[in-house]
Design a protein around this ligand. Sequence first.
Ligand code: ATP
Length: 367
Amino acid sequence: MSQEKVFRIAVLPGDGIGPEVIAEAVRTLKTVERELDGIAFKLQEYSVGAGTYLKCGNPLPPETLEACRQQDAILLGAMGLPSVRWPNGLEMAPQVDLREQLDLYCGLRPFHLYQAQLSPLKGMERGRIDFLIVRESTEGLFSGRLRPMELDAAEARDHMVISRSGSERLFRSAFRQAMGRRRRLTLVDKANILPSMAYFRGIFREISREFPEVETEALYVDAASLHLIERPADFDVLVTENMFGDILSDLAAGLVGGMGMAPSADIGDDYAVFQPAHGSAPDIAGKGLANPLATLLSTAMMLDWLGHPETRRAAAVVRTAVTEVLAAPRNRTADLGGRLTTAEMGGLVAEAAARMLSSGDGNRPAD
Ligand code: ATP
């Protein structure tokens, strides 16, 4: 018998709805684990976020960060609360600190329309919207975020940092993603106005020569916003800087059912964090109203990334389970116009995934 492979996962529930959606990810992981062959997940929970700051004065204690470095992957809920701020008035964002500290430069945000009715766009079919935003996550317009803010100063400035090395590694990752998909890559920038963005575009052109199989286009961010609404089905992979990626991700989530349907992964060369693209949503926290599907789909991204045939099989099954559960119109949380609680939706997906794995439906190889 082959020896059991143990994957160590740091679980960071965080603030607001974070613990509620993470509970469903943990349930799904434990449920599928029972059906997988020779695989175990060792989940270790750590405290991070605004709540942790209130307890110990640091939203991301150094010992937690160090412990995260020792794990195979990090699964995160949501962090930050509007009522808990730094003395300069800014919200704390330990999830952004984590990206910077672990050098997670490649933010992957897939948008897939699981059910036509979830899109506000008319005439959409299931699966027609299926694109990936690759967001640079360590520099760009977020670079100045930790600088002090003086309300009585005459002006405030932020700065955009676009480095050659940061852009080259980002673009290579985006091209590789496109190679594994429909081989189309759209650069989103503002090269007509900002020198930093013209530089970004120049480097994109250079790297594109390494990937002649991939068809490319470049769009200004304002035009990209329009085209994402008018012709979302034309996009395969989009790559952009940090802030533009942040904004376009929310727009894209709106096309496929909202923030509760938007998973994400932040990948570096050594570490990776998987979390829903949404924040801590304090308005609905503690009420069982949060949609856990973004977190479950992020968990599927983690299972894929772990790269073992059994974890990849589990990833495919979780996605199929989400598709199957959503096929019944009654299976909707409040954000999707239904009545299911977070735990009810999570339970349905875990149950469907376990059933598929035990019946052999989940045995086809995940491509
Ligand atoms: P951040 O800046 O941290 O990304 P945000 O201010 O953009 O956060 P979110 O927390 O992402 O806000 O959510 C915006 C709104 O979308 C929430 O107030 C909530 O009503 C809704 N929302 C977000 N996530 C979910 C979810 N998983 N299920 C249901 N509704 C959600």
